[in-house]
Ligand binder design. Structure first.
Ligand SMILES: C/C=C(\C)C(=O)SCCNC(=O)CCNC(=O)[C@H](O)C(C)(C)COP(=O)(O)OP(=O)(O)OC[C@H]1O[C@@H](n2cnc3c(N)ncnc32)[C@H](O)[C@@H]1OP(=O)(O)O
Length: 722
C-alpha cells in the first residue's frame, strides 16, 4: 500500500490505495516502516511522501472507524515523520484532506501542484482533526484561519494555502521531478522551525476575540452540531505548550468519536454515495445501463419552479430553451432567471462574465415546436394531470425520437403521463425541490416502462447539474411527498389538539430542522397545499370545505384551508401561520389572530385541547413519517433506507447529525418505534397511516437487531411471503 523506492539519495514513499489513497491500516504501517527504513539507510538524504493516481491521501479510511483499531495510529505515524532526522517533503496533488493534511503538517516541507486542494473535512463527519491537526494548522496559518477552515471543512485551493503558509511552494508539471529538485535544494538536517511543534501558534494576542467571533458564527450556521464547537476549543488549545494542547485535542476528539452525532454523520457520508447507485432489476441497473449525452435542453413553464430549474441547467453550462405560451409570464420568468443569476454575482458565487455566458445560453420561446431538436425536456407546469398529459402528447409529436421527456411533478403517476406518449421508455419524473436553484436533491422517478438508459441519463444529469440524485419508483407522492404528507398531517392535528404553530415549530427546530412545518408552510405559500387538496378531491370525486372533518373515513383538519380563505397565504401576503412586518418579509411573529382562529376552530369542532409534550410532538411527526418510509421499502418505491434518508437530508433539511429518519429509527431501536406506532394506531384509529407497516413489524419483532443494510432484503422476502 506504500511503495518504497529510491531516486538517487531520495527515498520516495508512494501511497497506493485507490481510489483516494485513504490512510487505512496498511498505509499507516507502510508510512511508518518507510520513514524508519529511510532513516536507517546511510545513502538517503531526504524523503518524499507522494500519492499514486488521482490524489495525495484524502484522509483516514472512514470505513475503519466502526472497526477495531489495528496497527500504528495516525499520531504515531505523524510523530515518526516529524522526528525523522532526514527532511520529509509532502508532495501534494489532488485532494489532501483530513489525516492526509495532518501527515503533510507533520512533514517538514509541503510542495503542491497548483491544482491541488487541502482541507480538514472532519467536521462533516462529526469529528475534529484529531492527529494534532488543530494544533499544527494555527502554527502555520494562524488562529483565525485555522478556526474558519476546521469548522467549515471547506477545501482550500493550493494558491490560498500558499498565501496562508500551509504550503511552501507551488509547482506545475511533473510533481515528482519538481519535488526531487526541491529535495536537492534542502539542507541535510531539519531546521528547528520546520518541526511545527517548535513554532508558536499565530494570532495568540487576539485569540479570545477570534474564538468568540468564530463561536457565534458556528452557533448561527451549525446550530445543534457539537463537532464545530469542539473544533474551536481544540484550536484555542494550540496556545498552550504543544503537549498540553495535544492532550486537550485528544479529549475533545474522544468525546466526539463516541458521540451519536459522529456515527450519524459518517453514516450519511456513505449513504450519500450509496444513493447515487441505483438498481431496478437485473437488466436495469447502474452497472448495465449507460447514459445518453445531454447537450441541449428545454424547460416548459416559466413559473418559480421552471425558472429555478433553468438557472440550475444554465449554471451547469447547458443551453436551455424556455417555453411559456403567455408572453407576460415568459418575460416575468426570464426576469426571475436574470435576478437569481445577478444574486449569485452579488454574493460573489459567479462573475458577471459567467452570468452573461449563462444568459447567452438561454432561448425564450412561446411554442413547444421550438423543442423539436433538444436532447431532454423538463416540463414544470402546474400539478394537473390533464395538463401534463396534453403537453406530453404534444411533445411526443414534436420532439425528435431520442428526446427524453421529464416531468417535474411532485406527486403524479409517471405511468399515466407516459401513457400520453408513444415513447413511455423515454418518460421519467425529475422532481426538483423549491427553490430549485438552491436545494440539492433531485428525486428521479421511474415508471413501469422507463428504460434503463433513460434512468441512467437523468441520474447522470443530476450529477452534471450538481444535485444529489436519488431514484424512486412511481406512486402517489413518490417517497418525499408521500412521507412528508404524514409529517404535515400530524402537525395539523397537533394544532387541533393543543399546540400553537410557534410551539410546534420550536420543538421541531430544537430537534434540528432549520424550520418547523408552519414556517415552511408560510414560506412555500398556503395556496400550494390548498390547490393540491382541491385537485386531489376533484380527482377522487369528493369535496373539501372548511367544515370538512373527515374524508372517506379519515380524519382531516381544515385549519390550513381556513387560513387560505382568509387570504393568509404566508410570507407573500405578510400573513399566514405567523404575521410578518410586510409581504415578503422573512422574520415571523406569533399572531394572536391565528391563536383565535385555532381556538374557535377547536370550539366549533368540539375538540378539547390539552398540553402536548415535546416527546409526543417529535414522535408523532417522525414516527408517522418513518412508518410510511417502511411502507415505501415494502412497496419497492424506495430501494434502500439510505435513499430515504438522503431525500430527507437534502429535500427537507433533516438534521444531518441524526442521519435521516430511517437511521434515526435504527438509533431509537425498531422495537421501540414499532411499539409507539402501535400505541398511536390504537389512539388514532381514524388515521389509517398509523397502521404499522408489515416490514417494520417483521423487523421489530424478529428478536434480532437487523442491520439497515438488510432491511430491503427483508422487504423482498416479506413481499413474496404475503
Ligand atoms: C479522525 C479523522 C481523520 C483523520 C480523517 O481523515 S477523516 C476523513 C477526512 N477525509 C474526508 O472526509 C474526505 C472524504 N472524501 C471526499 O470528500 C471525496 O471522496 C473526495 C473529495 C476525496 C473525492 O471525491 P470524488 O472524486 O467525488 O469521489 P467519491 O466521493 O465518490 O469517493 C470515491 C470512493 O472513495 C470512497 N472514499 C472517499 N473518501 C474516503 C475515505 N476517506 N475513506 C473511505 N472511503 C472513502 C467513497 O466512499 C467512494 O467509494 P464508492 O462509493 O465508489 O464505493
Amino acid at each position: 500500500m506504500v511503495d518504497y523506492r529510491t531516486v538517487k539519495s531520495v527515498a520516495v514513499l508512494e501511497v497506493n490505495n485507490p481510489p483516494v489513497n485513504a490512510l487505512s491500516y496498511n498505509v499507516r504501517q507502510g508510512l511508518q516502516d518507510g520513514i524508519e527504513r529511510a532513516n536507517k539507510d546511510k545513502e538517503i538524504k531526504s524523503i518524499i511522501i507522494i500519492g499514486k493516481g488521482r490524489t495525495y491521501p484524502a484522509g483516514a479510511d472512514i470505513s475503519e472507524f466502526s472497526k477495531p483499531h489495528k496497527g500504528p495510529n495516525l499520531i504515531e505515524v505523524g510523530l515518526g515523520i516529524e522526528s525523522s532526522r532526514k527532511p520529509v517533503i509532502s508532495a501534494i496533488h489532488g485532494t489532501c484532506l483530513g489525516g492526509g493534511l495532518e501527515i503533510a503538517l507533520f512533514s517538514h516541507y509541503r510542495i503542491a501542484l497548483e491544482s491541488a486542494k487541502v482541507g480538514f473535512p472532519e467536521v462533516a463527519l462529526g469529528l475534529l482533526p484529531g492527529a494534532h491537526g488543530t494544533q499544527r494548522l494555527p502554527r502555520v496559518a494562524g488562529m483565525a484561519f485555522a478556526m474558519e477552515i476546521i469548522t467549515s471543512g471547506r477545501h482550500v485551493s493550493a494558491r490560498e494555502a500558499l498565501q496562508h503558509g500551509i504550503l511552501d511552494k507551488l509547482v506545475k508539471g511533473n510533481l515528482l521531478s519538481e519535488s526531487l529538485d526541491f529535495a536537492a535544494s534542502l539542507p541535510f538536517s531539519v531546521p528547528h522551525n520546520r518541526r511545527l511543534r517548535n513554532v508558536p501558534a499565530k494570532g495568540a494576542e487576539n485569540a479570545d476575540r477570534i474564538f468568540e467571533v468564530a463561536l457565534n458564527k458556528v452557533k448561527q450556521k451549525q446550530n445543534g452540531f457539537i463537532a464545530p464547537i469542539n473544533c474551536l476549543k481544540a484550536v484555542k488549545a494550540a496556545l498552550l505548550p504543544y503537549e498540553e494542547g495535544a492532550k486537550i485535542e485528544r479529549e475533545l476528539f474522544m468525546e466526539l468519536l463516541t458521540s451519536g452525532q459522529a456515527k450519524a454523520q459518517q453514516y450519511v457520508f456513505f449513504a450519500e454515495r450509496a444513493a447515487t447507485r441505483w438498481y431496478v432489476s437485473n437488466e436495469k441497473n447502474q452497472k448495465k445501463c449507460s447514459a445518453v449525452p445531454v447537450k441541449t435542453t428545454g424547460v416548459i413553464g416559466a413559473g418559480t419552479m421552471g425558472s429555478g430549474i433553468v438557472v440550475t441547467l444554465l449554471r451547469a453550462g447547458l443551453p436551455v430553451i424556455l417555453v411559456e405560451q403567455d408572453s407576460q409570464n415568459l418575460e416575468r420568468g426570464v426576469n426571475m432567471i436574470k435576478g437569481i443569476l445577478q444574486g449569485s454575482v452579488n454574493l460573489k458565487r459567479m462573475t458577471s462574465q459567467q452570468m452573461n455566458k449563462c444568459l447567452q445560453q438561454l432561448t425564450p420561446a412561446q411554442s413547444l415546436d421550438s423543442l423539436h431538436n433538444v436532447d431532454l425536456v423538463i416540463e414544470a407546469v402546474f400539478e394537473n394531470l390533464k395538463l401534463k398529459e396534453e403537453i406530453f402528447g404534444k411533445l411526443d409529436e414534436i420532439c425528435k425520437q431520442q428526446t427524453i421527456l421529464c416531468s417535474n411533478t411532485s406527486t403524479l403517476d409517471i405511468d399515466k403521463i407516459a401513457r400520453a406518449t408513444k415513447r413511455p421508455d423515454k418518460v421519467i419524473g425529475t422532481h426538483f425541490f423549491a427553490p430549485a436553484f438552491v436545494m440539492p436533491l433531485l428525486e428521479n422517478v421511474y415508471g413501469t416502462k422507463t428504460s434503463g438508459e433513460t434512468i441512467a441519463t437523468v441520474m447522470n444529469l443530476g450529477k452534471t447539474i450538481r444535485k444529489i440524485p436519488v431514484l424512486v419508483k412511481t406512486c402517489h407522492g413518490f417517497v418525499a411527498n408521500r412521507m412528508l404528507a404524514r409529517y404535515q398531517t400530524e402537525a395539523s392535528f397537533l394544532l387541533e389538539e393543543g399546540c400553537l404553530p410557534h410551539e410546534y415549530d420550536q420543538v421541531m427546530e430544537e430537534f434540528g430542522f432549520p424550520m418547523g412545518a408552519f414556517k415552511v408552510g408560510d414560506l412555500s405559500g398556503l395556496d400550494i397545499g390548498y390547490r393540491i387538496r382541491q385537485e386531489l378531491a376533484k380527482a377522487n370525486g369528493y369535496t373539501v370545505t372548511t367544515d370538512t372533518r373527515y374524508i372517506q373515513g379519515e380524519r382531516f383538519s381544515s385549519l390550513a384551508d381556513k387560513l387560505y380563505e382568509l387570504g393568509r397565504l404566508g410570507r407573500k401576503t405578510g400573513k399566514g401561520w405567523y404575521k410578518y412586518d410586510r409581504p415578503g418579509a422573512k422574520e415571523a411573529f406569533v399572531d394572536p389572530d391565528v391563536t383565535d382562529i385555532i381556538l374557535k376552530h377547536c370550539k366549533d369542532a368540539g375538540i378539547i385541547r390539552r398540553k402536548i409534550s415535546t416527546q409526543e410532538i417529535v414522535e408523532r411527526s417522525m414516527y408517522s413519517s418513518i412508518n410510511e418510509g417502511f411502507r415505501c421499502l415494502e412497496d419497492g418505491v424506495a430501494s434502500k433506507p439510505e435513499d430515504i434518508d438522503v431525500i430527507w437530508l437534502h429535500g427537507f433539511g433533516f438534521p444531518r447529525y441524526r442521519g435521516g429518519p430511517m437511521y434515526y429509527a435504527s438509533t431509537i431501536g425498531l422495537a421501540e418505534v414499532y411499539d409507539r406506532i402501535c400505541y398511536y394506531h390504537k389512539t388514532f384509529p381514524e388515521s389509517s397511516y398509523w397502521v404499522p407497516s408489515d416490514l417494520l413489524r417483521k423487523l421489530a419483532t424478529s428478536g434480532r437487531n437487523i442491520p439497515m443494510s438488510d432491511w430491503s432484503t427483508a422487504a423482498t422476502v416479506n413481499k413474496s411471503r404475503l
